[in-house]
Ligand binder design. Structure first.
Ligand code: KG4
Ligand code: ZN
Length: 333
């Protein structure tokens, strides 16, 4: 039944206006319109500017997405959208647009948690991912180790007590003028640099699986402020060392959680999972320990609406449904 159903998904929780269409396991469209150019000059996402840009773009992106899939609005069977967490003004634009579409065609309306979207993203390309698995969710706002014992049963084992991993990249990048968003900028600048050139801390917290990144960021800025002009440290060494410190910190708690629970499947998601060094180290860990690993490709790690479609579909299959149904058929009984 679900094999043929056409699911339309919206994702507008931050600065991407994203719309996707999934038919069974075939991704028909994955449109991502980024606002990076708009926010770049501010060095970060300006919430009010982001929601206005979503409001201006969403209608055209919706029509372009339908056209590129060669579909009419009436062909859609299910409408899904992110309902949080994220920037409220941005979320409201996608949520209300999606709900209006569902209402106008009298079709079910499913809401999806943004982090559950990231968690489900590997399914877009690999349907064999099944619980139990441990996932590392790393984005601009969250850093989470989640044990998925079964679909819908998400145990948060560890989280950050201050900055998220993506925030640690973004804030240092802004401080150094490396570019926005910070993660890809630091990765690029660090290419060819020596990741062990600068000694930076791998912060620990009281709770064994929690993270802390604010001290690392301070250590890195202190290093720059106290840099002796005669020190032979290149920008590439500095960026590579900072990236390595974040990746090592992320891995060490995740590895501990995997080893202590004994799960045999691991996965990841969120924008920071697009990082090539993090992916490399996750893959090495999986290979050495004979684990199955499911990582979304970099394009599906950062925000997109395909992950919302696949999470909505998976929630339907596993009967873990959230809805704010506006269909006349559900109101008039
Ligand atoms: O999941 P995401 O696209 O949006 C949020 O839900 O926040 O994650 C965005 C974050 C940003 O902090 C960005 O700097 C980071 O992901 N990011 C990266 C890379 N690409 C995006 N961090 C490290 N390396 C990358 N290649
Ligand atoms: Zn995200």
């Amino acid at each position: 039944m679900l094999d043929d159903q056409i699911i339309l998904g919206f994702e507008t929780s931050c600065d991407e206006t994203a719309i996707a269409i999934l038919k069974g396991d075939e991704l028909l469209v994955n449109t991502i319109s980024s606002q990076v150019d708009i926010h770049e000059k501010f060095g970060g996402v300006v919430p009010e500017v982001a929601s206005r840009a979503h409001a201006e773009m969403i209608r055209n992106i919706f029509h372009a997405s339908l056209n590129s899939a060669n579909l009419q609005i009436s062909d859609i069977d299910i409408v899904s959208t992110t309902d949080g967490p994220g920037l409220v003004g941005s979320l409201v634009v996608g949520y209300n647009f999606a709900k209006s579409v569902a209402w106008s065609i009298d079709k079910p309306f499913l809401t999806v948690d943004h982090m559950v979207g990231h968690l489900a993203a590997p399914l877009i390309e690999n349907r064999t991912m099944k619980p139990p698995f441990m996932t590392l969710l790393v984005s601009g706002g969250h850093t989470q180790i989640v044990l998925v014992e079964e679909w819908g049963n998400y145990q948060l084992l560890g989280t950050t007590i201050d900055d998220a991993a993506g925030e640690a990249f973004d804030k240092l990048s802004r401080f150094c003028g490396f570019g926005f968003p910070g993660g890809p900028a630091i990765q690029k600048i660090g290419e060819g640099g020596d990741p062990n050139k600068i000694e930076l801390p791998r912060p620990k917290t009281k709770h064994e699986y929690n993270y802390s990144f604010s001290g690392l960021k301070t250590a890195a800025t202190n290093f720059l402020n106290n840099l002796d002009p005669n020190d032979k440290v290149t920008k590439a060494d500095f960026a590579a060392s900072y990236q390595e410190a974040i990746v090592d910190s992320l891995l060490s708690n995740f590895v501990k959680a995997v080893n202590e629970t004994g799960v045999k499947n691991i996965s990841g998601g969120g924008g920071v999972m697009a990082n090539s060094r993090l992916r490399e180290k996750m893959n090495i860990f999986a290979e050495k320990n004979d684990l199955n690993i499911y990582l979304p490709t970099p394009k599906l790690s950062t925000d997109n609406a395909a992950m919302i479609c696949v999470a909505a579909q998976n929630n339907l299959i596993t009967n873990d449904i959230n809805t704010d149904d506006v269909r006349l058929s559900s109101i008039i009984t």
